[in-house]
Structures are given as structure tokens and as C-alpha cells.
Design a protein around this ligand. Sequence first.
Ligand code: BGC
Length: 756
Amino acid sequence: MHYLLLAVLISFTSVLAAQQPIPEVEALLARMTIAEKIGQLNLLTPGGGATTGAVVSDDVETKIRAGEVGGLFGLAGPDRIRTAQNFAINESRLGIPLFIGADIIHGYKTTFPLPLGLASSWDMQLIERTAQVAAREATADGINWNFSPMVDIARDPRWGRIAEGAGEDPYLGSAVAQAMVRGYQGSDLGADTTMLATVKHLALYGAAEGGRDYASVDMSRLKMYNQYLPPYQAAVDAGVASVMTSFNDVEGIPASGNKWLLTELLRDAWGFEGFVVSDYTSINEMSNHGLGDLQAVSALALDAGMDMDMVGEGFLTTLPASLEEGKVTEEQITTACRRILEAKYKLGLFEDPYRYLDTLRPARDILTADNRALARAAASRASVLLKNENATLPLQQETRIALIGPLADSQNNMLGTWAPTGELTEARTIRTGFDSVVPDVAYTYAAGANITDDTTLAKNANVFGPRVVIDERSPDVLLEEALTAARAADVVVAVVGEASEFTGEAGSRTDIQIPASQKKLIRALVETGKPVVLVLMSGRPLDISEELALPVSILQVWHPGVEAGPGVVDVLYGNYNPAGHLTASWPRNVGQIPVYHAMKRTGRPAPTKGAPFQKFVSNYLDAPNTPLLPFGYGLSYTTFTYSNPQIESEQVAAGDSVRISIEVTNTGDVPGEDVVQLYLRDVVRSVTPPDKTLKGFQKIGLTAGESRRVEFVLSPDDLKFYNSALDFVAEPGAFEVFVGEDAHDERYRLSFQLVE
Ligand code: BGC
């Protein structure tokens, strides 16, 4: 009892301590006019960057001088940023420095694989290092605030932005969120190489209806708390400096004006102390949602807990009137302004507003050999071996190769979506990877097909430049060239899949197959009888039911980033043994969506695999319930066997941890890494449980023949869930633990009883 009281007192005083006002900020606030405070809440882009909406303010300079801007994004480089910062420092009345923001989603100029690919590495150190490098490069170029990590749980591969997150699982997603926050922010936000991180998009953006971007979301709180909210909260726990709201509504109120979400949950329950920024015009868009005119929705947003308005200027233009009319209070404006100034203070901008503007740094810190080496390693580690027909991979150097496919030498598609700060011309394609990594390998190159022959799809994917270039020659001529190359080779390597802008923001698709032009190419290549390796690029799980059934090998490489070629060729030739595992289930067809591993059980379960069809159970007439490839799936050039699973005790007292271990052996001929996964099944509880949930993973390296006992510790919190009252509880009763190679692997099962 005493201990409990002490703990309460300690946590109370630490909350108080954390909320201590910063004297410099308070002194500044005391000197500010209302208009200047509102000015700090205004985030603008001067254009020239990636503008994803319709609004680009045209008189930014004048506004900065007038103290009407708190931050800018979409500009880079110490010189350009110094000019902007000078308007604020030298020409505005109070000289308050600007935030300089950017979307650095998977690397700055050194572009790493897409986030969905990086997550497939299950390597949190690697992910943290990529974020560190991104922060070092971006701060070298004058940027101090990143609009990343994007942690939206996504279970609908039609949604293009699935590419930007860690996939379908809240446990893995939380680990990735924290690794990225640590990477961007480091332990000292005031350091020259760290920056503010932003967790986005609060909340539930990935659950947009029909996978249509910006569409509505309707979800029970039980599902939110148990499945969708944990990664945002994990980022808050890791000390993320800012939170970006989502475009969608949450229980009927758009996130940007949702007081329950932004105040009760984020601040009161989670203890978030940073600042909240809207998404691009998401405050204004509440008018489209039907919540009133710009003045009404801007007041709604401020009242809900929004601090900064991204480009919509609703705060700037309407808060003065709302204040006068008593619709908002001065205290609300001051509070939002204080949060922004505190973040600027933590960045060290008051001490030295030019601290990120060292003109010598870009050349020294950006696209360095070390950073490129990390990008190459990341491209290898993001790759997932989906199938290895007749052990075709790894390739032998003596083998003559036909390097085919419209993505084999397409520099414009290597970086992937949401890489606005990357340089397409820096990207190394798979073809250049062959030239540099295996210069002695004899290969013949032919595109073989267009990425797509669908001119509408091509046009829609080309808004940021030519991602899909349709060859003037006829498809038959292209195909014939490829088949000639294939017939003369020993092995065909076909680099196929999606153009980079087939995914990403506003990049949803209803058909998630490989485009028809390339499917035809693949079939024709297989018909030559030569072994075919598909190197598959995409920003989402694809429907590859047809291709998986063909006698081909498949290496999924996502959009691998600036070092695509070397990283992928390293895998093809076994310089790196692939160890990526899927972090989102791959459906058999779009009709199965959503299909994910932590689905709830049903009262009428389908019979197990192989059993005859049964009526009146939960199933389809025309396809199994299971995905084509499950969450956690991935092969290696070696094999691993598991044995002798052990649990420390089969009776676990409430509040105790559970220790589980298993012996893992590399039974193949080459060293390799395995991702050992632990799933928990709560057998009996008051709220219907998911079948199983991921509660642990370890990536381990083993030399050929080596064995190691891998240990997992389930903490008391790992046994908890949110019940109907939204209390986070563990309920006594039976639990089952599965340790395996993917979410469907049920070979190694242990059980225990949680006792009161
Ligand atoms: C996206 C955000 C992004 C913002 C600024 C929006 O359209 O949804 O993720 O940070 O633009 O570029």
C-alpha cells in the first residue's frame, strides 16, 4: 500500500516536473500580441516542394515579416532556408525562428526501401539507423522537423499508403514506430543532427473504407484500442515531439476537430506534451465533411486540441474573429502557441536559429559512401524470398542471364512513393547493380513489356513525372526481343511489378495484380522452359495467385531505394542471404480483403485445411479463408528447424512474466538469419479475442549447423487487452503460445494458465 502511494506520488511529481514552464518561452509569450500568437500556429509551404493539395501560399515572405508564420515546409538547402529564416529573425517584430519541416519518409537523399519493405526486415536497429541517417542528412540541408513516422495500421492492400507504414500488426508497428522516433530525435533534440519527429496520421487513417484514400472510417473503440491505436501511443511513449492528425473522421468527427481524440485520449490519457499539427488542409476539409464554414471548423479544431494549421490558413484568417465572438479563448491560443514555442526551444532554435544552416554540411553529410552502404544493406534486408523453385537462387556467376522486365533498368521507379527529397538520377537500377556487383556475369537486357499498356493507369501514375513510359514499339516487338534473350540464356531474371506511383498517397487500386502487360510477359518467359526468377517490385501486397502457381522463383524487393541494384543483386547472388518476412498478409484476390493474421474467431469456424466443403460455416464458396501468403512469411537460402520448446511454468500468477524458449538450428549449408515469431492466443476471455496476436519476435543469425536457444519473455502487459470498459486487463484462464516461422505456423505450441 505504501509502495503504491509512493509510486503514485512519484508519477504525479514527474508529470508536474515535465510540465514545468520554460522561462524563456513564458517571457516571450508575455511579449506577444494575439496576432503574433496566431501567426505561430500557421504552417505554410512556399512551393517548389511536394505539394499534395491545392493550397500553396503565394506571399510567404510578407507573411513571415508580419509574424504570421510559425513554420515552413517544402524548401531545402542552408542558403534558401537562411533567407527564409532571416525574414523571421531580422524582419519580424519578435524575431521568432521558423520550423522547417519536410516529409522524409524513407530517407532524405539517401533513399531507403519503402517503409513497408524496411519493416519486412524485422530489424529494429537497422530501421533506427536509417532514421538516424535521414535526420543527419535532412538537418545538414537545414530541415529540423520531419513528418514521419507514419504508423497507420493497414489491412487493405488496395490502399496505396500501405507502402508508407509497417503493415498490419500493432505489436510490430509499435516497435517500428519507436525505432523511428529514436532514430530521428536521438537522445538530444538540441543536437545538430537530430530533428523533431511527427507520428501520423492520428488516427485510423489506414482503415479508410474500400481502401479509398481520404475515405471515411467507422470503428468501435474496442477495435481502435486493441488493434489500431497502439503504434501511435508507442510513439508518444518514445517521446515523439509532434502528432499529425488524419484526414478521416473518427466516430463521426474528423480527426482534426475531434476533442476526444486530441485532448482526452492523446493528452489526458497518453500524456502527450508536444504539439499537434493538422494534415494538409485537413482543418479546411472539415467543411467538406459537413461541419460548417472555415471559421466554424477552425474554431472546432483549436478547441479540440489542434495547435498548428498546415497550409489551410483557417487559424490565421478566422481565429481573430472567433476570439472576438467568444468562440475560442485567448488561453486556447496561448496554449497552442506555447506548445510550438516549446518545441522550437527544445530544438535549440532560440539559442541559435542558424544551427542547421552550415553550408559545409550538405557535401559532408548527404549521400555519403557510408549512407549509401546502409541503403544497399537495407535494400537486401527488406527483400523477402517468396518462392525458390528448384533452388534457382542464389545464382551462379557462370550462369548466362537474360535480364528482362520494364523495371529492370527504370531509374524513375527505384525510390518508390513518397520520396520527394530523393533524387531519381542518383538511383542505381537492377541493371546497373549487375554491372557493378557481378561485372563478370554475361547478361542480355530487354524490357520485354511496358509497365502497363493501360494509358489511364499510366497517366494517373505520372503526376510526379514519367514513371510509366510507354514504348513506341509494339508490345509484340518488345516481347520478341525478351524471348530471344531468354532463349539464349541459362536463367531469366525478370524485374516486374508496380511503378512507384501505383502506390502511395492517392494511389489506391481496385486491381492489385501485376499489370496485364507484364503478366503476359511472365507467362511467355515461363513457356521458354528456362528457369525464371521474378524480382517483384511493389508498394503493397499484390495478388500473385497466378504467378505463385507457375514454376518460378519470386523475390519481393518493394521499391528498394537509391541502392536498389546493388542491394538486390547482392541477394540474387547470395552475398546476402534473404531474411525478410512479410508484415502484411498477401491475399489470394481482392475479394478476400481484409485478410490479416489477427482476425477474430467465429462461432462457426471453417473446417481445417483439406477437409471437405461444409455449409453454414464461415467460409467462401470459391476460395479458402487463408491468405495466399501469411503475415510473417519469408524464406531463406538455408533452412531452420525448431525444437524443444519450453515454458518456465504452466501456472502464471497475475503480474508475473512468462519465459518461453525454443531451440533454433540452421540445418542448411549457408549462414542465415531467421525471424523467430511468438504468437499468443487468449483462450477464454470476456471480449472475443483475435485468433492469435504477435507478442514477440527475434531476428537471429546462425552459421550453417549452428543451434541456439531463443528466449522470449512475455511481460504482464503482453497478456492484457482492452475489455468492454476499455480497461487494460489480463483475465485469468488458459493461454496458448505458438513459436514459429509465420502467423500460421502451429507446430510448436505451449500453454499456461494465468491464475489470480
Ligand atoms: C499527407 C501527409 C504529409 C503532408 C505534407 C499530406 O497530403 O497526408 O502525410 O505529411 O501532405 O506533405
